[in-house]
Design a protein around this ligand. Structure first.
Ligand code: COA
Length: 245
């Protein structure tokens, strides 16, 4: 498996300013489109500032997250976020934090991996003050591209509580198939037990309609950009040859 990039395709010219802006904790990976300037990042090392910011974003929105994220009440101080920061910083994990207009606003990435089947599950949370602009849909699209091209995933899954309508719209908008509903599959700290809907997208489905590769204007380092396109075309031609057999 290749390492996941620190600095990658940047999709919006605003990002060029962002690279010069002097944040020393991380480098941008992807810049988001639209009204925000920002992107997906990996912190460098065990960064206390990122732990403080993650804690701040979670603590300010506990009531919003609690119904859907079972771990929220276990985050009691910035120190509880240090293991997460370390796993975000690890270049062998497909895990990124989001920064918009300077603020750390969420996390996206692989939360479970089954190496025997090549299945990766993507999870995410996003500060509600920044919800409803398509940012997380965009970030999940990027994350799935990273899973297929850097993580050699054969299938990406997204699991949501059936009642979590806002979260369900993300895989639905990105063209995932609803695979099944697992009855009474996850218990929240409140005692509520949710049915879980499993969405999935296979490598061949992604090759037919790839997300995350479009609208590339600028890139650093260039090698990663070439890597993505070469790998995409290699996988696509292997898949097409397989179909003809
Ligand atoms: C679910 C969650 C991540 C959504 O975050 P978000 O930033 O609002 O996600 P998006 O902005 O991508 O959602 C798309 C919304 O933006 C709007 N939007 C605006 N421009 C858009 C664009 N260019 N592309 C896609 N959507 C766009 C869509 O209409 C959509 O609104 P809708 O949900 O009312 O239909 C966030 O609410 C959250 O963290 N919830 C709690 C934790 C959670 O549930 N995590 C997931 C567990 S499975």
């Amino acid at each position: 498996m290749s390492e996941y990039p620190y600095v990658e395709v940047v999709e919006y010219p605003k990002a060029i300013r962002l690279i010069d802006s002097g944040w020393n904790d991380a480098e941008p990976v992807y810049c988001v489109r639209g009204d925000f300037s920002g992107g997906m990042y990996k912190p460098i090392g065990a960064n206390q500032m990122i732990a403080n910011e993650l804690y701040g974003a979670i603590n300010a929105n506990r009531d919003f997250f609690r119904p859907w994220l079972p771990w929220v009440d276990s985050v009691k101080s910035p120190a509880d976020e240090m293991p997460i920061v370390e796993s975000l910083a690890d270049r062998t994990t497909c895990k990124y934090y989001l920064r918009l207009n300077g603020w750390l606003t969420g996390v996206v990435g692989v939360v479970r991996e089954d190496k025997t089947t090549g299945t990766m599950e993507i999870g995410y949370w996003h500060d509600p003050r920044y919800n409803g602009h398509g940012v997380m849909t965009w970030a999940v699209g990027k994350a799935e591209m990273l899973c297929f091209l850097y993580g050699d995933a054969k299938k990406v899954e997204i699991r949501c509580a059936t009642e979590n309508k806002r979260s369900r719209r993300i895989p639905e908008r990105l063209g995932y198939r609803q695979e099944c509903i697992l009855p009474a599959a996850e218990k929240m700290p409140s005692g509520v037990v949710h049915d879980i809907v499993v969405y999935s997208k296979t490598l061949s489905e992604w090759l037919e309609r790839p997300t995350g590769l479009q609208n590339v204007h600028w890139i650093w380092p260039p090698k990663s950009y070439l890597y993505q396109w070469e790998k995409y075309h290699k996988l696509k031609s292997e898949w097409e040859k397989g179909k003809q057999k």
